[in-house]
Design a protein around this ligand. Structure first.
Ligand code: CA
Ligand code: CA
Length: 162
């Protein structure tokens, strides 16, 4: 009698363990699925051009907030060094968006966020004109200076991890 009761307890215990195992397996499978979906979502929102990946925002913000958003993504506001990059950025996403370009530190001295000087040929005709104190750079066909507190979508760049 005692033996059969013990057998029953063992069986119940084994069943419990089995159901806990199944539960855990299902939850792990769910988490893996979520991770995979998140990963592909993030990958699909970055576009590759040359040796860089570009992220085009779906929302608008001030230049400073846009700069912070890029940093939060492990990236930087995009910098344009070549005609090819200019053409790519002008044709992707919205027609106008913030770039990593400003003359905030010294009025009239334009610099990319990496400290380099923008190629003069990349400015739109008549720009930069500092009309109404414009210290931040956007792409609008070509480069234009604009008031930093204006709201624009933005584009981040990061190098492809090797
Ligand atoms: Ca300025
Ligand atoms: Ca301007």
């Amino acid at each position: 009698m005692i033996n059969s009761q013990e057998e029953k307890n063992k069986e119940d215990l084994l069943q419990n363990i089995q159901s806990v195992e199944e539960n855990i397996s299902a939850r792990i499978a769910e988490q893996i699925k979520n991770l995979w979906q998140f990963g592909s979502e993030e990958n699909s929102s970055w576009k590759r051009f040359g040796s860089k990946l570009y992220y085009f925002s779906q929302t608008s913000n001030t230049w400073e907030k846009a700069r912070e958003q890029c940093v939060a993504m492990g990236a930087t506001l995009a910098m344009v060094k070549t005609d090819e990059q200019m053409a790519f950025l002008a044709n992707e996403g919205t027609p106008k968006h913030w770039l990593g370009l400003s003359d905030i530190s010294t009025e009239g001295t334009w610099k990319w966020l990496d400290g380099s000087i923008p190629d003069k040929r990349l400015w739109a005709p008549g720009e930069p004109n500092n009309e109404g104190e414009e210290d931040c750079g956007e792409i609008n066909g070509r480069l234009n200076d604009l008031q930093c507190d204006r709201l624009r979508p933005w584009v981040c760049e990061k190098s492809i991890a090797i």
